[in-house]
Design a binder for this molecule. Structure first.
Ligand code: GLU
Length: 457
């Protein structure tokens, strides 16, 4: 069977690096098994779901290198859910309940005071047709609960019922259905909660592996029971730990923290994000991998730890820097165009500056320095100005190459007796206006003799 995975975000905000972790775990898993990747929008919450968020999610995934084989919206699949509801009702596994939240809370407290587990006692199941008719005549609308298979003969006597699976990430996992309330599948207003549509979709799309955050472990117990109630074999499951910042702060779509869009706008490379998102909280070191296929080599879901996956957002810039240092011109060329970097000097320029960038857009001021003029503001003493005038007069004739700077420095040293910082810093300041940056030996051929002479103070 073809491995088929899915990433199922709700389009209620921009996805963040933690969502990217889930998407990438699925994508890399599919890549390893030559499988398919389905993007499913869990948009049953009509009030909060927005098309613009769905579009942004597709864009963000593409930017990260994820290209879904199929895309679907839950809002377009209501008929499939209605059929499943009919099936469950026919089997007596979906029953109407009429309690208000306040009534439920009261029942919970009563159970606790009787030393019973604070789960739903299935009072709705006990109603006669007459009682239901009366409640509805009173204006009450039902919500619908799924009858969990956690009893022997009498549904009011729940017993320990272990549902176990071999988790792709966590190994052997067990959920006791006897300790859970029957889940509400349909709200009073007829809208669906996430639980049933997800199972129906996973069945209809032939999902073989559900890989998601470990906040869904309990759900999985319930959903396995639902797969079986609908006459289907459940897929395999994998639950990865959730990314949190090193201070323990959870990521939230609502607050927009560390969104993929925001990180992109900050100039963080997609592979810096992907490497951080996938390798954090695993037995691998977080190293900047240069492509998703390389990351796939290091990806092993079973090597993910069970505890939280903490990362330091500031480290993204370190990964970024390392990626840029090794980035070939071919990978940067098109993006550099946006900063006006093109022409015959572009490649040599890139190779000269890439080791000095936190972010690719930082190349733009360097391009201006090289092609227009140094940055203003460098203060030179009279003594240094004098030194520089002598030094510039010693510039070798063209043609220039990578060895020109060394030859020039040799002449300056001989003539002026200066060396080390006292020699290099005034030259750097005169040529660039900055006190640090790319190797002067690399910059000099880019400036050319004329361009260099123009910087003689
Ligand atoms: N929309 C759900 C979520 O974002 C999907 C969970 C799942 O993958 O089943 O939590």
């Amino acid at each position: 069977m073809t491995v088929t995975v899915r990433f199922a975000p709700s389009p209620t905000g921009n996805i963040h690096i933690g969502n990217a972790r889930t998407a990438l775990f699925n994508w890399l898993f599919a890549e390893k098994h030559r499988g398919r990747f389905v993007l499913r929008f869990d948009d049953t919450d009509a009030a909060r779901s927005k098309q613009e968020y769905a579009d942004q999610i597709v864009y963000d995934l593409h930017w990260l290198g994820i290209f879904p084989d199929m895309m679907e919206y839950q809002s377009k699949r209501v008929t499939a859910y209605e059929n499943a509801v009919e099936k469950l009702k026919q089997a007596g596994l979906l029953y109407p309940c009429y309690e208000t939240p306040e009534e439920l809370e009261l029942k919970r407290k009563i159970r606790l005071s009787r030393k019973l587990p604070p789960i739903y006692g299935r009072d709705g199941l006990a109603h006669t047709d007459k009682e239901r008719a009366e409640l509805e005549a009173d204006g009450r609308r039902p919500h619908w609960r799924f009858l969990l298979p956690n009893y022997k003969r009498d549904p009011f006597e729940m017993v320990r019922t272990d549902i176990s699976w071999n988790d792709v990430v966590r190994g052997q996992e067990t959920v006791d259905l006897g300790s859970l309330s029957d889940p509400v599948l349909i709200r009073e207003d007829g809208s669906y909660l996430y639980t049933l549509p997800s199972v129906v979709d996973d069945i209809d799309f032939g999902i073989t592996h559900v890989i998601r955050g470990d906040d869904h472990v309990t759900n999985t117990g319930v959903q396995i029971a639902l797969f079986r109630a609908l006459g289907s074999q459940e897929p395999e499951f994998g639950h990865h730990n959730l990314l949190t910042t090193s201070s323990g702060e959870a990521l939230s779509k609502r607050t927009g923290s560390l969104s993929i869009k925001g990180l992109r706008e900050d100039g963080i490379e997609p592979m810096a994000i992907a490497s951080m998102a996938v390798l954090t909280g695993t037995s691998e070191n977080v190293t900047p991998e240069s492509s998703l296929s390389e990351l796939a080599q290091k990806f092993d879901p079973a090597a993910t730890s069970r505890s939280s996956a903490k990362f330091e957002p500031g480290d993204l810039v370190n990964l970024n820097r390392t990626l840029l240092q090794a980035m070939p011109f071919g990978a940067a060329r098109d993006r550099l165009l946006a900063y006006g970097v093109f022409g015959e000097k572009a490649e040599a320029f890139w190779l000269a500056v890439r080791g000095n960038l936190d972010r690719l857009p930082d190349a733009e001021p360097w391009w201006r320095i090289v092609t227009v003029k140094p940055e203003p503001g460098a203060e030179l003493s009279d003594e240094d100005t004098e030194f520089l005038r002598t030094a510039f007069d010693l510039l070798p004739e063209e043609p220039w190459d990578a060895g020109t700077f060394k030859a020039w420095v040799g002449r300056i040293r001989e003539e002026t007796g200066r060396k080390g910082k006292g020699l290099f810093m005034p030259i750097r300041l005169a040529l660039t206006g900055r006190d640090s940056g790319p190797e002067l030996a690399d910059l000099l051929p880019l400036l050319g003799r004329e361009g260099t002479m123009a910087r003689r103070p």
